[in-house]
Design a protein around this ligand. Structure first.
Ligand code: GDP
Ligand code: IMO
Ligand code: MG
Length: 431
């Protein structure tokens, strides 16, 4: 196994940053293939915490090349800010990072449209991260997007003018919002030209050379499978394919160049933003189960968005979701994170099926209204009072924690290859 796709298989924030960072020393290249600054990947090394939005989670390692692929969307302001944060910490980002010349730029009008559309939706809003992700991917498929390489193109001015005319009509006439000025857009373009264009590269060419030389590639996903625009809880999803297959199109590699798919999930479930969540126990709007297990997860797990700071909704591990993700991604191994957060609970539950109108459902219904109405069928296991925090070997786990792990493997029909027991890079058990 050399070239692994590491992806989130719930609703995001599964701990991808931590897992990718700890795998990075064993690979030569870490590459992002979709998403943009909606992602917030946290890396903890000792008392230092780093949150990455665009930049692959291998950036802290010497000798690791980091690539941002064509399938991503890049906000020049945010990416430059992220680079400067790392440069200030002494990380030689410019030497370690290459950006696909084909990646799409998030421009100020994308953020304005995202905000205005969400405001117009009112209570029916998706709860996006507000980073302009949806409008940018829309422009990409509508073939009016501006790619990094287009900064060098002679017709850039005409294309920007045409886009501004269109978006400002939408903003002012339809959404009753303020227009975006040409100066705002130029500021983003100038910044991208000065700081990002020098890092632009033919990413597929780099990857093929590296793969041919026998180097190892780690493909890092963003968001999670339930936020995938095709396979997730549509329309409460992000605007890209987040599944393992997207690594191929989002970087320009072939199916034979992926050997393994690591599905990263928490030992429970969280979601931020709106949309169905069958095993939800707790949210900031006031929902709380009688046993307070959801509140325990939110507090002990410090469940606040890494990018937006929004409180995350919490609930039990949903094996129906994870089974769905194992299928659509061809997951070959699971990485279970945040096991330590369950320490101290009297019992833990796994959702093994849903019930809808007296019928038992074994897979995730495609219809959001049905998923919303579905009731989880739980298996209950005894909890543990001992601490698993920071455990690095299976024999340090209480018997009931080990039993939960084995039950997850059996129910999801997938081996667990890693168990994370704390936020730090070293808090890990390899199975
Ligand atoms: P990502 O988007 O998938 O990279 O995940 P986030 O970084 O948004 O959220 C995961 C949060 O959990 C971060 O604050 C991590 O530092 C933290 N974390 C990751 N793994 C563990 C773990 O095993 N235990 C605990 N307690 N925290 C963890
Ligand atoms: P990482 O990579 C959790 C969610 C948003 C919203 C929906 C659409 O850190 O796991 P968008 O801004 O993408 O149009 O929002 O997707 N979402 C995430 N939730 N983790 C993320 O990324 C997310 N990226 C987007 O909350 O529900
Ligand atoms: Mg995150």
């Amino acid at each position: 196994m050399t070239n692994t796709v590491a992806i989130g298989i719930q609703w995001g924030d599964e701990g991808k940053g931590k897992i990718v960072d700890l795998m990075a020393p064993d690979v030569d290249v870490v590459a992002r293939f979709q998403g943009g600054p909606n992602a917030g990947h946290t890396l903890v090394i000792g008392d230092k915490k780093t949150v990455l939005n665009h930049i692959p989670s291998g950036i802290l390692h010497d000798d690791t090349l980091c690539l941002i692929g064509n399938g991503t969307v890049v906000d020049p302001f945010r990416l430059v800010e992220e680079m400067d944060m790392l440069l200030a910490a002494g990380i030689p980002v410019v030497e370690r990072l290459k950006i696909s010349e084909r990646c799409q730029l998030i421009l100020p009008y994308h953020r304005a449209l995202d905000a205005a559309r969400e405001a117009a939706k009112g209570a029916g809003k998706i709860g996006t991260t507000g980073k302009g992700i949806g409008p940018c991917y829309e422009d990409k498929t509508a073939r009016r997007g501006i790619r990094l390489i287009d900064l060098t193109s002679a017709d850039l001015n005409d294309r920007i003018e045409a886009n501004l005319e269109y978006v400002n009509f939408m903003l002012t006439q339809y959404l009753k919002a303020a227009p975006v000025t040409r100066a705002d857009v130029d500021e983003a373009l100038d910044l991208a030209r000065a700081r990002l264009l020098p890092l632009a590269a033919d990413v597929p060419l780099i990857l093929q050379k590296r793969i041919k030389a026998g180097e190892r590639i780690l493909y890092e996903g963003a968001q999670g499978s339930m936020l995938d625009v095709d396979h997730g809880t549509y329309p409460f999803v992000t605007s890209s394919n987040t599944v393992a297959g997207a690594a191929l199109a989002g970087l320009g590699v072939g199916p034979g160049q992926v050997d393994a798919v690591l599905g990263i999930c928490k030992a429970y479930t969280t979601r931020v933003g709106a949309g169905p969540f069958p095993t939800e126990l707790y949210n900031a709007e006031g929902k709380c189960d009688a046993e307070n297990a959801g509140k325990h997860m939110a507090e002990k797990g410090n469940e606040f968005g890494s990018t937006t700071g929004r409180p995350r909704r919490t609930g039990w591990f949903d094996a129906v979701v994870v089974q769905h993700a194992v299928r659509i991604n061809g997951v070959t191994g699971l990485a279970i994170t945040k096991m330590d957060v369950l320490d101290g609970l009297e019992e833990v539950k796994l959702c093994v099926a849903y019930e809808l109108n007296g019928e038992r459902l074994e897979s995730v219904p495609a219809c959001c209204a049905q998923l919303e109405a579905a009731t989880p069928v739980y298996e209950t296991l005894p909890g543990w009072s001992e601490s698993t925090f920071g455990a690095t070997a299976l024999d340090q786990l209480p018997a009931n924690a080990l039993a939960l792990l084995r039950r997850i493997e059996a129910v999801c029909d997938c081996p667990v290859s890693m168990l994370s027991t704390g936020p730090d890079r070293n808090h890990i058990i390899h199975l």
